[in-house]
Design a protein. Sequence first.
Length: 259
Amino acid sequence: MNGVIECVSQLNISPEERGQSLYNQSTQHGPLLGYGSPGYKDSQSSFVAVITDAEGREKHREVRVKYLETAATGNKRLLIFDKPLDLKRHALLTVSYPKKKDEHWAYNPENRQVKRLLSNNAATPFSGSEFNFEDLSSQDLAKYDYHFEREDKLNGIPIRVVSRFPKDENSAYERLETWIDAQTFLIQKIDYYDREGELLKTLTASDYQLYADKYWRANTINIKNHQTGNSTQLVWSNYQFDTGLTEKDFTLASLRNAH
């Protein structure tokens, strides 16, 4: 039924409008990488990252995630490293804005310094993974232009393919081809194309689970760099919602006491 409603409602709109509408529905149903969706004020979760190079060598990370929905002052997400030991208590605070660049603040416990990361370094890899700081930034609607590309199938699932074109001139990408389940509106895959229009990497989201009878989340996210052969897998767990976090938990001062 969802597919019928979507088909009828999209008959008289442009490919650009249809693309934006589809992507908006996908973010409402199941956002990726620790971001929120309507219906709650805060959440906590964790993930294990397995970073594999082209020769098969692995590095592991264990990270906790805290998220706060505060539209007036920018939504906030805090990543806190637990393992390996040489990264323990390193932290990254992201403040997200719908119409301007996100702010990233990193804390190094060795010198107890909080450093703001430059916005033009969005393509810098995060902790040696295939995710860069742009990938970890918010994916707000206003930061992209959209175009509905086609109907397709992925593993037998009907798909709506939407291209997103970053408005940021410092973006690492020419476009992000986003594969959205036509029935559930959950993102199944994202193909990232570099500034030359070449396929750079592919993200796949799987093992979706419904939490608290309301919130869909992908428990497994894989990303493969086609140009280097490197890959990263994130396995998510311990989702909690409405845990009582406040803005005090996301200040620069709180970074030094992240635990």
